[in-house]
Design a protein around this ligand. Structure first.
Ligand SMILES: Nc1ncnc2c1ncn2[C@@H]1O[C@H](COP(=O)(O)OP(=O)(O)OP(=O)(O)O)[C@@H](O)[C@H]1O
Length: 199
């Protein structure tokens, strides 16, 4: 379970967020939608513990994983080694995670030797490998073609269904939000707050 109460988040002189209060239960998938530049990534980075420069508090389990817009893989490490460098992921766990996303046969490939879809699946495998209690995804399917988005959505649904993770994902796409999320919230305004009308 994640509980967040942001009073104020500034970037320079500008107040970007707040006040914002949210609770996300284990097993729940919350989609955060809103216009470009409203503060969705800023909120997600606070939830991930990557940004502590705000007024307020975040209570969340320590085991958090993040999936970024770009796969952010290490090009000089094999698929397997991209997973084993995550704390708590040994070779057996990494192989199981690769198998779960359909990359069991590509453990020794480098990211540059994989298709875009395979790289995205590797990025998902890396996030799930460490058995996170909290998963944060920042537009994980942006710039993919429709068929690949559909494949990635199906895979993510399958991975989440087998676990009880508190998930927050940022998206521009209402179609993605509706498909994956159990709840949708919209960020609105400057500074951004939760829009009380249903998203
Ligand atoms: N390092 C920075 N310096 C100055 N302003 C920033 C910085 N990072 C973000 N901002 C500003 O903070 C606001 C929120 O940015 P954020 O990236 O959270 O928006 P977003 O909703 O995720 O946008 P998008 O949907 O386009 O990714 C924006 O107005 C942005 O210009």
């Amino acid at each position: 379970m994640i509980s967040v109460a942001i009073e104020n988040k500034r970037i320079g002189e500008t107040q970007v967020l707040g006040p914002i209060a949210l609770e996300i239960a284990a097993g729940e998938t919350l989609a955060v939608v809103g216009p470009s530049g409203v503060g969705k990534t800023t909120l997600l980075r606070i939830l991930a513990g990557l940004d502590r420069d705000f007024t307020g508090r975040v209570d969340a389990p320590a085991r958090r994983a993040m999936v970024f817009q770009e796969p952010a893989l290490l090009p000089w490490r094999s698929a397997l080694d991209n997973l084993t460098l995550v704390a708590g992921v040994n070779t057996a766990t990494a192989r199981a995670a690769l198998g779960e996303v359909g990359l069991g046969g590509l453990a020794d490939r480098f990211p540059g030797q994989m298709s875009l879809g395979q790289q995205r699946r590797l990025s998902l495998a890396r996030a799930f490998a460490a058995a996170p209690e909290v998963l944060l995804m920042d537009e994980p399917f942006v710039s993919l073609d429709a068929a690949l988005v559909d494949e990635m959505l199906a895979l993510t649904e399958r991975l989440l269904a087998a676990r009880t993770i508190a998930t927050v994902f940022v998206t521009h796409s209402m179609a993605e939000a509706t498909r994956l999320a159990t709840r949708i919230v919209r960020l609105k305004g400057h500074p951004a707050m939760l829009d009380p009308s249903p998203a």
